[in-house]
Ligand binder design. Structure first.
Ligand code: GLU
Length: 515
């Protein structure tokens, strides 16, 4: 029987999770679910100095918003917990000891002053300092020490780190589903620290120990971890453990296509690169989130799914269950994926159009409250229906629908100069009277009244409808004019049409005076 697929997402709480991290979590989730496996969340918090308060909760909230829920993790539980490395500290030292006994790791007693001195020397010689096979003989290590000597030193309370002992002259190879067969020369590898002076394991050790103990079968993570993988493979081999299958995901690139997407791009390009708003310790919003910017989680998930993967077909719209169905590691590309915000907007619009107006209205309510408009729930449903094809983001709805609440001060005078004719004024006034006389002030009745009148009097649609539009909303853009009239209601329609005609007459008079 083949092993149950288990994939983990293992973020460090050193800052809010960005879209790159969310994409990794998504691919982890998709692969696990595709194979009926488990998706595990593990918080890698052994680097206490770099920990940023609130980021663990942020990670949990971001995954929940995106709808990718872990089967196991902090606060969820599971057979292989605890799922926070800081709660597993007693586990790691045994493996450090094992690696030392196997002669695959050693104690390094160098003080920070000694390290600074060798680093300074290396830099003065024009190189850069690397703690590795070439230098370790000159350093203050346990290599060559007798057991007694070592014991005395340790009993004396000497501070130390534990480093991997990577010998030169060989290679470490592994298979990666994206990068294929990868080989590193051990000549190039450093003696990475696996246990720090305070007894805390580093990422490298805790990561492989937990992957092993949690029975992780697939490690799917960002490309930036590729260069650490030979060290991990070195430890797997030393401990005689079976390696997981590795997949290193391509970088997410800036919108301009060059360079890795960074959190600073958010400010520069004016779009979020985080799923949720992130507030700093003072409570100020430091980074904008897709959620608060009005994006729908389904759209962002769909957008992210295509940053590095594609289904190999023309289909672009995928729900999460459809992504699970379609996902496969062999369709992940090697080259970096450009973060194209226009594509995110396009996805968002597709999901807006496909959503029920009632559902959109619930979300839109908050945005209207922010804009100090207060439509009723029923009005909101109508507004969502009228505008959803004209916006890419619900957040833009209050602005797009603003004319429903107040007549814009600036109107499209140019069109009025071109289209408004003095001889049509009385006709427009009669049409207004006719629609105001309707019992049911609904779009269809309004439409047939106005169109009927235009037809009967052989008027020009292009000279009449723009007059209505601009008198009522200030612009030619916007949803169906008859829907707009119905939405505004009789009173507002009456006032705006009357005020509009006065204004248009003045525009006409000014135009004639110029001729
Ligand atoms: N803790 C690492 C991070 O912060 C995890 C890398 C991995 O998935 O192995 O991303």
């Amino acid at each position: 029987m083949s092993k149950k697929v288990r994939v983990r997402f293992a973020p460090s709480p050193t800052g809010p999770l960005n879209v790159g991290g969310l994409r990794t979590a998504l691919y982890d989730y998709l692969f696990a679910k595709k194979h009926g496996g488990d998706f595990v969340l593990r918080i890698e918090d052994t680097d206490r100095a770099r920990e940023v308060e609130g980021t663990e909760q942020y990670i949990i909230d971001a995954l929940a918003w995106a709808g990718i829920s872990p089967d196991e993790g902090p606060g969820i539980g599971g057979e292989y917990g605890p799922y926070k490395q800081s709660e597993r500290l007693d586990i790691y030292s045994g493996y450090t000891q094992q690696l030392i006994e196997l002669d695959k790791a050693y104690y390094a007693f160098d003080t920070s002053e000694e390290l600074d001195a060798v680093r300074a020397k290396a830099e003065a010689d024009g190189g850069s300092f690397k703690y590795n096979h070439a230098i370790r003989g000159e350093m203050n290590t346990s290599i060559g020490m007798s057991a007694d000597e070592l014991k005395t030193k340790l009993d004396g309370g000497a501070s130390y780190t534990v480093r991997l002992k990577i010998e030169a002259g060989s290679t470490i190879s592994f298979d990666d589903t994206v990068r294929e067969h990868v080989t590193f020369s051990t000549d190039e590898m450093d003696d990475k620290i696996i246990m720090k002076g305070d007894g805390m394991p580093t990422y490298h050790l805790a990561n492989i120990v937990d992957d092993y103990l949690m029975k992780i079968t697939h490690v799917i993570r960002g490309e930036e971890w590729l260069s650490s993988t030979p060290h991990h493979v070195f430890m797997y081999d030393a401990l005689g453990w079976e390696k997981p299958i590795f997949s290193h995901l391509p970088l997410i690139l800036k919108p301009v296509g060059k360079g890795k997407l960074s959190k600073r791009d958010s400010a520069q390009f004016g779009f979020p690169v985080f799923p949720l708003d992130w507030a700093n310790a003072q409570g100020e919003i430091e980074f904008d989130g897709f959620r608060e910017a009005g994006y729908m989680p389904e759209a962002i998930i769909n957008f992210l799914s295509f940053l590095g993967w594609n289904p190999g077909t023309e289909q672009e719209i995928f729900s999460l269950p459809e992504l699970v169905e379609a996902f496969s590691l062999d369709k992940i590309g090697k080259s970096g994926a450009r973060f194209d915000i226009d594509k995110a907007k396009w996805f968002n619009q597709q999901y807006l159009i496909a959503s029920a107006n009632e559902d959109l209205a619930k979300v839109a309510k908050g945005f209207f409250a922010d804009a100090s408009y207060d439509p009723t729930d029923a009005e909101l449903v109508t507004i969502c229906g009228l505008f959803k094809e004209r916006i890419t983001n619900l957040k833009d709805l209050p602005a797009a629908a603003q004319f429903l609440y107040e007549m814009p001060a600036d109107i499209d005078e140019k069109t009025i100069r071109k289209r408004y004719k003095a001889e049509n004024k009385a006709h427009v006034e009669t049409m207004v009277d006719n629609i105001l006389a309707l019992d049911t002030f609904e779009a269809s009745a309004i439409e047939s009244t106005i169109k009927g009148y235009i037809g009967e009097h052989e008027l020009n649609f292009g000279q009449i409808l723009p007059v209505f539009r601009i008198a009522l909303s200030g612009t030619l853009k916007g949803p169906d004019i008859f829907e707009i009239i119905a939405m505004l209601g009789k009173d507002v329609t009456k006032t705006r049409m009357a005020e509009g005609l006065v204004r248009f007459d003045a525009i006409l008079a000014a135009k004639l005076a110029q001729q």
